[in-house]
Design a binder for this molecule. Structure first.
Ligand SMILES: [Zn+2]
Length: 402
């Protein structure tokens, strides 16, 4: 049966002017047409949903979450049994879907089993794109501490070095059914070793990671916080750069030349900086954090002004961020100087392409899957509306999410 949804305003995710008084038709789980009501015939017998006072828009997509993670506190994480983290994931996924996010890409933690549980309806949540992480000796991934102690978990933290070893390790990750390989092209703040200002991987290792992933139809998502690592990854042909805090003009030019997505992940660092004093970070980590904050000033805005393609990602890593993904839209406007329409595109069309799902998702047009939102009010006038689940009715695969 055809399902017709009438809405007062249609934002289709393409970035053009919104359409007033619109109709969208769904058959099964697929959109068959969308546009001005005057141009669309609603077939006799169609089920009609009248949302005249609402805005219809694509389901939102967050391309950087960690649905199994509840805390940055290492001791707490190490004391959480894996099964418990799966129950947390089920909760977090449900909250995320209710917040209007119909697809998420997990940047480390969720495996293909959680994706499978969603697909067979065992748990409810967004479509889930999963990644497998690999790192090298002495890099951000390797959990080795100044005491000499090291956390070893071959499934969660795969460490490899040199082209042949890296190729085999990528294949081992892909064998588990992941959609993306996640790597780290610079260090970070929290890990005892490395730094956001030191590049990881050699160009030949990066090349083989991208080659193997692409050959299997997978993407490569890259944690990278400063320009040298970012540029190495962009030259290798990765799918997206996560964080991308410190750039230079050459990096911006490479983003533009390659069309690679920048995922600025503004929400998580903001929450962390608000409560930095209460976090159990080492002095070395705090120092790296201060240096990064100083160096990153203004680069995200310059990237936006230059026209770098942006995709929405929150880095939801702690309990309070799951289901609060819509805050990222407001932060991208504030920090990047983007318009409400531009951040909606970052969270729909661009985010779908960043997940390698542009053909199925991200815009409301014929042939796409019917993942959509009916929103009370107009998010173009007030983007913060999209932080309030009570104002959002969610449809996924053409079906109303209860
Ligand atoms: Zn992350």
């Amino acid at each position: 049966m055809v399902h017709a949804i009438k809405a007062g305003l249609l934002i289709d995710g393409q970035g053009g002017d919104p359409i007033e008084d619109a109709v969208l038709l769904i058959e099964g789980n697929t959109i068959t047409t969308a546009g001005p009501a005057a141009s669309i015939n609603i077939p006799a017998g169609a089920k009609i949903t009248d949302a005249a006072g609402k805005t219809m828009m694509p389901g939102l997509i967050d391309v950087h979450v960690h649905v199994t993670s509840m805390s940055v506190d290492l001791e707490q994480r190490l004391n959480t049994p894996k099964a418990v983290s799966y129950y947390h994931a089920a909760n977090n996924l449900k909250r995320t879907l209710n917040a209007g996010f119909t697809t998420v890409r997990d940047a480390g933690g969720a495996d293909a089993g959680i994706r499978h549980a969603l697909e067979i309806g065992l748990i409810s949540g967004p479509r889930l794109v999963v990644s497998g992480s690999i790192g090298h000796t002495g890099g951000l991934m390797e959990m080795r501490f100044p005491s000499g102690a090291q956390i070893v978990d071959d499934a969660a933290w795969r460490i490899c070095d040199g082209v042949d070893d890296v190729r085999k390790t990528v294949r081992m990750a892909l064998r588990e059914g992941v959609d993306f390989i996640k790597i780290f092209a610079t260090g970070g703040i929290v890990a005892p070793q490395g730094s956001p200002f030191i590049a990881e991987w050699s160009p030949s290792e990066l090349a083989v990671i991208v080659e193997e992933a692409k050959r299997h139809g997978a993407g490569v998502m890259v944690h990278a916080e400063s320009a040298d690592g970012i540029k190495n990854a962009l030259r290798a042909g990765v799918t997206s750069i996560e964080h991308g805090n410190v750039l230079d003009q050459e990096a911006i030019d490479l983003f533009l030349d390659t069309g690679t997505f920048l995922v600025p992940t503004l929400h998580f660092p903001k929450v962390l900086s608000d409560k930095r004093d209460r976090l159990n970070l080492s002095e070395a980590s705090k120092k790296k954090g201060r240096q990064l904050a100083e160096a990153e000033k203004g680069w995200f805005r310059r990237a936006c002004e230059a026209g770098v393609k942006i995709a929405l990602g929150t880095d939801a890593f702690i309990a309070e961020l799951h289901g609060r993904n819509g805050v990222e839209l407001s932060l991208m406007m504030e920090k990047g100087g983007l318009s409400a329409m531009e951040v909606i595109v970052a969270g729909t069309k661009n985010a779908a392409a960043c997940c390698l799902l542009a053909e199925q998702l991200g815009t409301l047009e014929a042939g796409k899957l019917a993942d959509l939102l009916l929103v009370t009010g107009n998010p173009l006038d007030d983007i913060a509306i999209l932080q309030n689940p009570e104002r959002i009715t969610v449809y996924k695969d053409g079906a109303l999410v209860q």
